[in-house]
Design a protein around this ligand. Structure first.
Ligand SMILES: [Ca+2]
Length: 444
């Protein structure tokens, strides 16, 4: 293409982009002061589970609209391939390995995110933020590692993934807690969470807030809103029954109802922001804590599933919307992770972040600035992964594999044998990182 023609096209694109921004900015007048921050974390939602990420099976109009009104990431990653490590990273901005949280925390009361770690809620407090969490906590039992002791002013949470109707956990105990005290309340848990979030928004029109909504869905047990309760208190519900009361042939239908239930919840939260007049001064960020089980959800087009270090285990949907500040309809291929949210939120709120491993995404979100190049890491059990640009190294007991995600997004061709210097560089980076964060916890 001739330079003059390319320049004309670039100018046309720039003008169109600025007009789109101007139109959006006129439609919404951001209120002064720091923005409200709404973080919706969907549990076990796969990359290919939403309409705006290619699903033709699930109907997700509210999340699709959120993406159309904001920025959608295509290379966003959970820090863990299962629940707890991602949540620890998201809350602290640090690799979960620094907190010794690398697997899903079980039903004991001894493991958890130490209370001396600085969370998003604690980071935002000096700017006058009120913080609440409604949903699934899962970084330690609330009686010992609870949200109210980590800076949240209000909480209604489960420790783990109880029955959506009876609220009985796999260990046979009721698992719904308000401000760290057992306090069951009736309802399908997706709706219980939504009601609490909407009520919180209505009560906080006048001051900035951080609303963390870690939805329990779409994690098992697979139960739609009209499916029966399953568990009763007093016995354990491990084994096959952990997936719920339905025959396996019903899982896709129930899973679809759960995805669509979470989408409706997002719609209700957006509507509550609109009716409270907070649309223009609120960043809404939606993501997932790990990939889907591919036998019920979709990680398409990536290889692998929840628990894996292949992309399907940790490349997840991520959408950011802030009308008037984030230009609508953008798609970003920048590599970003759960641990980036704390420094991003701190920057937007105008407060100092604690020491973090994450990167502030605010320049990318608000002005389209590129992120600095970086090397990032995952570790779960004996498996490790390193990512630098297009290169991805997976080191497991079975051996080491190298993939070029730009040429081979499906991680099908191991290039390790032909790229010894890349392998050596990434192995060295991994060894340095492991020296810094410490060795993996001993298996229990
Ligand atoms: Ca999860």
């Amino acid at each position: 293409m001739k330079p003059a023609r390319r320049l004309r096209i670039l100018l046309a694109v720039a003008v169109a982009g600025s007009l789109a921004c101007a139109t959006d900015a006129r439609a919404v007048t951001p209120a002064p002061g720091p923005p409200n921050l709404v973080l919706i974390l969907i549990d076990d939602l796969g990359y290919g589970d939403l309409g705006c990420y290619g699903s033709t099976w699930h109907r997700t109009p509210h999340l699709d609209r959120l993406a159309a009104e904001g920025l959608r990431f295509t290379d966003f990653h959970s820090n863990g391939a299962v629940c707890s490590p991602t949540r620890a990273a998201l809350l602290t901005g640090q690799y979960p390995q620094r907190h010794r949280i690398e697997g899903a925390i079980g039903f004991n009361r001894t493991e958890g995110l130490p209370l001396d770690r600085v969370t998003i809620a604690e980071t935002l407090a000096p700017a006058g933020y009120r913080s609440a969490v409604f949903g699934k906590w899962h970084v330690g039992h609330v009686t010992r590692f609870g949200p109210n002791d980590q800076g949240f002013h209000e909480s209604r949470v489960a420790n783990n993934n109880p029955d959506y109707h009876s609220h009985v956990s796999r260990d046979g105990n009721l698992d719904w807690w308000r401000d760290q005290r057992l306090a069951d309340e009736p309802g399908y848990l997706v709706d219980v969470v939504t009601r609490a979030a909407v009520d919180f928004i209505r009560r906080h029109r006048e001051r900035p807030f951080f609303l963390y909504v870690p939805q329990l869905a779409v994690h098992f047990p697979f139960q739609g809103p009209r499916d029966p309760p399953h568990r009763t208190p007093g016995r354990t519900w491990e084994g096959d029954s952990k997936y719920g009361p339905l025959p396996k042939t019903d899982f896709p239908r129930a899973y679809r109802e759960m995805v669509e239930g979470v989408d409706a919840s997002v719609g209700a939260i957006l509507a509550a922001l609109d009716s409270a007049g907070l649309r223009g001064n609120t960043l809404v960020f939606v993501t997932s804590d790990n990939g889907a089980y591919s036998w019920v959800g979709s990680n398409a087009p990536w290889r692998g599933q929840k628990g894996d270090l292949h992309e399907g285990g940790h490349r997840v949907p991520a959408i950011a919307r802030w009308p008037g500040r984030i230009a609508p309809g953008r798609v970003s291929a920048a590599t970003a992770l759960s641990m980036d949210l704390l420094p991003t939120f701190a920057s937007l709120a105008g407060v100092a972040a604690p020491t973090v491993d994450g990167t502030d995404l605010s320049g990318l979100l608000l002005r389209g600035e590129p992120l600095p190049a970086r090397t990032v890491f995952w570790r779960t059990g004996t498996a490790r992964a390193v990512r630098r640009g297009p290169w991805k190294l997976i080191a497991e007991q079975a051996g080491t594999a190298l993939f070029d995600l730009a040429a081979d997004p499906g991680e099908s061709a191991d290039l390790a044998a032909g790229q010894p210097s890349v392998v050596a560089d990434l192995r060295r980076a991994l060894a340095d990182w492991e020296r810094e964060v410490g060795p993996p916890p001993r298996p229990r």
